[in-house]
Design a protein around this ligand. Structure first.
Ligand code: PLP
Length: 309
């Protein structure tokens, strides 16, 4: 039986019902468990004085619905429905701030790879309190990363705009390799050898007071990445999207990861090369500070990024 520890939630939401944690189980023969065809999302709720606010939920749930349609699934919920359900779920768990994990999957009604024309899709949402993804120290002082031997797949056989569970195997193996070698995270190259992204987060570098981030194609274009692009515009920091080589990363003045889980996490070392002076640089700090203000609805221009019930 599923064990509920203090860090977990009391309730999850499954197919229309608020379900106690230990009852939120699926069958061993679920198609998605065997073949990796579940799709998911990840968003956060931040603690505002008025209560927990979801951060850019419309963008997250629209991407969730896109991922669902990429797999040929359909679910009877709109983005607005899922936003409302998330708010209710957070409220029922009494959380002030938390991570939100929507997932859609196929159950045991199908055997073998072939999916019926209209597969039976289940929709669920879990919430849990989640602190700094790479630890408090990594978040403050920066993380150490290594170039992975695993690469992002060629565009012809990958679906980088969707969060599909099976696609995360490469990320899980890259993260494992990096961790076993004593690093905090991996950086994956694209099939041409350019920098793509981390196992579950995008990357930015700073060189000569300009921000550069890899262009889309081999990476999941994160909503946090989009926040940084918008914030940079507001702050007047020039930003380019283009191919980045390993060499450029080694000699960057600053570098940082972006993603819902990592938020903004500075990078202080890549493949044993120190970035800048091994502590978060001024542009990283400024972007990070603005980003967290945005999550609390404190920057007027981006007030619509936060959503209260
Ligand atoms: C989710 C994800 C990101 C970050 O996206 P956000 O929308 O910022 O959370 C980056 N890369 C991968 C592979 C991801 O799955």
């Amino acid at each position: 039986m599923a064990k509920n520890n203090a860090a977990d939630s009391q309730y999850l939401w499954m197919d229309g019902k608020f379900t106690p944690y230990s009852d939120a189980t699926i069958h061993l023969l679920s198609h998605s468990l065997h073949y990796g065809g579940a799709v998911f999302e990840g968003l956060r709720a931040y603690a505002l004085p008025q209560g927990p606010a979801l951060f850019r939920p419309l963008e997250h749930f629209n991407r969730f619905l896109d991922s669902i349609s990429v797999m040929g699934y359909s679910v009877p919920y709109s983005a607005q429905d899922l936003i409302q359900i998330s708010h209710e779920l957070i409220h029922r768990n009494g959380f002030k701030a938390c991570y939100v994990r929507p997932i859609a999957y196929i159950d045991d009604s199908v055997r073998g790879l072939k999916l019926p024309e209209t597969p039976r899709v289940h929709t669920a949402i879990a919430v849990w309190p989640w602190g700094k993804y790479m630890g408090d120290e990594g978040h403050l002082k920066g993380v150490r990363i290594k170039t992975s031997t695993f690469r992002r797949a060629d565009v012809s056989s990958s679906l980088p705009l969707a969060k599909i569970s099976g696609a995360y195997l490469t990320s899980v193996l890259a993260r494992r390799e990096a961790t076993l070698e004593g690093f905090d995270e991996a950086i994956l190259l694209d099939p041409h050898g350019f920098i793509a992204e981390g196992s579950g987060e995008n990357i930015f570098i700073v060189k000569n007071n300009e921000l550069i981030t890899p262009s889309i194609g081999y990476l999941l274009p994160g909503i946090t990445r989009d926040c940084v692009i918008e914030i940079a515009k507001e702050l007047g920091v020039p930003l380019r999207q283009e191919n980045i080589t390993r060499n450029q990363l080694y000699v960057a003045d600053e570098a940082f990861f972006t993603g819902t889980a990592v938020e903004i996490t500075p990078i202080r070392e890549v493949d044993h090369h120190t970035i800048g002076n091994a502590s978060p640089g001024p542009i990283t700090q400024k972007i990070k500070e603005s980003f967290f203000q945005c999550t609390l609805g404190e920057i007027k221009k981006f007030r619509n990024w936060v959503s209260l019930p």
